[in-house]
Write a protein that binds this ligand. Structure first.
Ligand SMILES: *Cc1c(COP(=O)(O)O)cnc(C)c1O
Length: 378
């Protein structure tokens, strides 16, 4: 069994993907081919944003957003303590200070109370200027944007939605990757919409920001790339990746997103009585980048992982370590003000089990029955 079966997806889309790749090769338009622009239009339309700018990966996408807002030394940026490293890495990379915020134990997403606590503490401390909130749509479910927006307005902060895992999620009819002043996503192969290498995208409804972001992706170009008006990056999505993504986006819209939700529902039906299953809030819709259960403690979690492994079922621990405990952030010690105990606890008891849109009932039932068997014996 595969944790995320990309081969099954390829087999389902093989002819179309091969054709799309061969077309790019035969036309030799490897950089900035027509497919890149077509994909940007399709992605913008799908999420409901005015502009989409593709780039080299999800980390660059976050980085470019901070660059266009001139975030740097002396600025405080609020990031969940429970997320992938890149969400906080980009903040430090630009010289700003990441302030880690605790998460909600049921949704794994940024806790609004903890966020406001952290903002107040930074203001009282006086050394840093609060500028940006980076909510992460962890494991596929959008963060609580209704309340985060209220706080952003109250303290005059910008929202950068890290939708690397969130593409396809919704709150009501509003789609993820359009909740921030700028929103970003990643097309890393294992994400809800993945390509065959690295890729990313930035979304915004602001014309001026969109124009500046487009320039920053190509060496801060002015009239052309040999006229440079800003220090930028070389961060583009390859035409081949755009061509692959156009095929995959179609499948994602037509059936993949729906299928992965059926897998999640089936898991929750069976596993709900055995372990703490992930909670999707009322009116929210997840794209299930991960299906993450919670065990009693680290002992039980580690034993279950071993038990699954012995029965050839892969599982992963997302995430092993709170962000504030990563060695890379050690020099920022003085700025960790808030209570991060939920993240500390989650890191000890979470386990992500196989999920993807091509997972059949046999596999779902096998995973569930092994977990049931483990429960009976422990
Ligand atoms: C994967 C991921 C990123 C980074 O995306 P890359 O395309 O790998 O650079 C950023 N944030 C989160 C939450 C992620 O899961």
């Amino acid at each position: 069994m595969q944790f995320r079966d990309l081969k099954k997806q390829y087999e389902a889309l093989e002819d179309k993907i091969n054709h799309a790749i061969m077309k790019v090769i035969s036309e030799c338009n490897f950089i900035s081919g027509a497919q890149v622009h077509e994909l940007e239009e399709e992605l913008a339309e799908y999420v409901g944003a005015k502009h989409c700018i593709t780039c080299a990966n999800g980390t660059d996408a976050l980085s470019l957003a901070l660059m266009v807002w001139n975030i740097g030394k002396g600025d405080a940026v609020f990031v969940p303590d429970f997320t992938f490293f890149a969400s906080g890495e980009v903040v430090a990379f630009h010289g700003a200070t990441p302030i880690f915020v605790d998460v909600n134990p049921d949704t794994f997403n940024m806790s609004v109370e903890s966020l406001e606590d952290a903002i107040r503490t930074v203001i009282e401390d006086g050394r840093l200027v609060p500028r940006v909130i980076i909510p992460v749509d962890l494991f596929g479910q959008p963060a609580d944007y209704e309340n985060i927006r209220k706080i952003a307005n109250k303290y005059n902060l910008l929202i950068l939605e890290d939708g690397a895992q969130g593409f396809g999620g919704r709150i009501g009819k509003s789609k993820a990757c359009n909740f921030g002043d700028i929103s970003t996503t990643s097309f890393f192969p294992a994400k809800p919409l993945g390509c065959y290498g690295d890729g990313g995208a930035i979304f915004t409804n602001d014309d001026t920001l969109a124009k500046e972001l487009k320039s920053l992706c190509v060496h801060g170009k002015g009239a052309d790339k040999y006229d440079n008006i800003k220090i930028g990056l070389n961060s583009r999505l390859d035409t081949i990746q755009a061509a692959i993504l156009k095929v995959k986006l179609q499948a994602f819209k037509e059936y993949e997103l729906e299928n992965v939700n059926m897998v999640a529902d089936k898991y929750s039906d069976i596993l709900g009585k055995l372990v703490k299953t992930p909670m999707v809030l009322d009116g929210y819709y997840s794209s299930w980048a991960q299906y993450t259960i919670q065990l009693r403690d680290m002992d039980e979690r580690d034993s279950l992982q071993q038990y699954l492994k012995e029965r050839m079922i892969p599982s992963m621990i997302y995430y092993q370590k709170p962000m504030h405990r990563q060695k890379a952030f050690a020099e920022y010690d003085t700025f960790f003000f808030t209570d991060l105990s939920t993240t500390e606890r989650l890191c000890k008891c979470v386990l992500s089990i196989p999920i993807h849109p091509y997972m059949g009932n046999d596999d779902i039932e096998q995973v569930a029955s092994v977990i049931a068997e483990f429960r009976k014996n422990n």
